[in-house]
Design a protein. Structure first.
Length: 339
């Protein structure tokens, strides 16, 4: 099969890789219908994350089941499935509490490489959710979004306690930030402040429910959010970036007693003093996308949401190198790859 491999920073190639096969009785093999490049794939691409090269790439995927191991009970060949970027058993105590991203048996799908024609999915019964039927082609991008960016944005909004009567500030206008806006809107949030400087992204944010746009960053951005909220700060803020600046902006924009949801990726250093005086709730981490998948698939299936719009560049798999370049240079919000 063909699959993407990263040979080092800035060097992505699509090459012949060995076909995956059932290794454990709980595995499934799927034929990938669509995959994509994640913002977190850009960390190794930019040399910000050490790796053993060459590394298979990609952890977002939808596809059709080809084969299942002998212990798989709920997933069958021929089904169209959506999975999360963590394989999880969905039965351990942590999973049952809704934190499948920290499942005691979790496996990082990125290590298996979803930017490929075929993919092995461990713990298939726990990881995969089947759609009611094979979806129409135009629905595939939205189902793919559920695999990571939508689920992550949704978790960020839930972690930030977004909802009726609340004002939420969203730091970050990448795919996750924009979908956190969509999620906050669906959760009934009264006012959604999108912090963005790029016009095309502001437009999508508004379409998905943003009521206000703040272009300022840092202390000025915090001051602007306070100005919009009677001097108090937002009830909720979302850090959908994961840099020091973004995290401090989210905490600074939140009123005492409020909630910050953080789903960015880079290590951030927080001082005890900042935390003490901010008096906010902090919750985030690796998104338990699996918790939300049944609900998100239903919203997409009934065409109530259209998160697939974040894929503003769609390329065949063999052009994966260009997919990475376009996202690295911020020419694309998110690139979809079709094997
Ligand atoms: Zn588990």
């Amino acid at each position: 099969m063909r699959g993407a491999l990263m040979y080092g920073p800035g060097d992505v190639r699509v090459e012949e890789r060995e076909d995956p096969r059932i290794e454990a009785s709980t595995d499934a093999i799927i034929r990938v219908s669509a995959a994509c490049v994640c913002g977190s794939d850009l960390w190794p691409y930019r040399g910000l994350e050490p790796h053993d090269w060459p590394a298979p790439m990609g952890h977002e995927y939808v596809g059709v089941v080809e084969e299942v191991g002998g212990a798989v009970r709920t997933i069958r060949p021929g089904q169209f499935v959506v999975g999360s970027f963590w394989a999880s058993d969905n039965t351990c105590e942590i999973c049952r509490a809704g934190y499948q991203g920290s499942c005691v048996n979790r496996i990082n799908m990125g290590s298996l490489g979803a930017q490929a024609e075929l993919l092995r999915v461990p713990l298939a019964d726990g990881t995969l959710v089947a759609t009611p039927e094979i979806p129409p082609d135009d629905m595939i991008p939205s189902l793919l979004a559920a695999s990571d960016v939508l689920g992550t944005g949704w978790y960020a909004a839930v972690a930030a306690a977004a909802g009726p009567g609340k004002t939420v500030a969203v730091v970050g206008d990448g795919a996750v930030g924009l979908l956190a806006v969509l999620a906050a809107g669906r959760l009934g949030t009264e006012r959604i402040i999108s912090m963005s400087r790029i016009e095309s992204r502001q437009r999508l944010a508004r379409e998905w429910g943003a009521t206000d746009i703040v272009e300022e960053r840092g202390a000025e951005g915090i001051a602007r959010v306070k100005e919009l909220t009677g001097g108090l700060g937002a009830h909720s803020a979302i850090d959908a970036v994961g840099t020091q600046e973004a995290m401090m902006q989210a905490i600074g924009a939140t009123r005492p007693g409020g909630h910050v949801g953080f789903v960015g990726y880079q290590p951030v250093a927080l001082s005890g003093g900042d935390l003490f005086w901010s008096q906010v709730h902090l919750h985030g981490g690796p998104a338990p996308v699996r918790r939300f998948l049944p609900e998100l698939i239903d919203l997409i299936w009934t065409r109530q949401i259209d998160p697939g719009k974040v894929y503003d560049l769609r390329l065949p798999l063999h052009e994966a190198a260009e997919a990475y370049r376009a996202m690295d240079e911020r020419r694309a919000i998110k690139t979809l790859l079709r094997p």
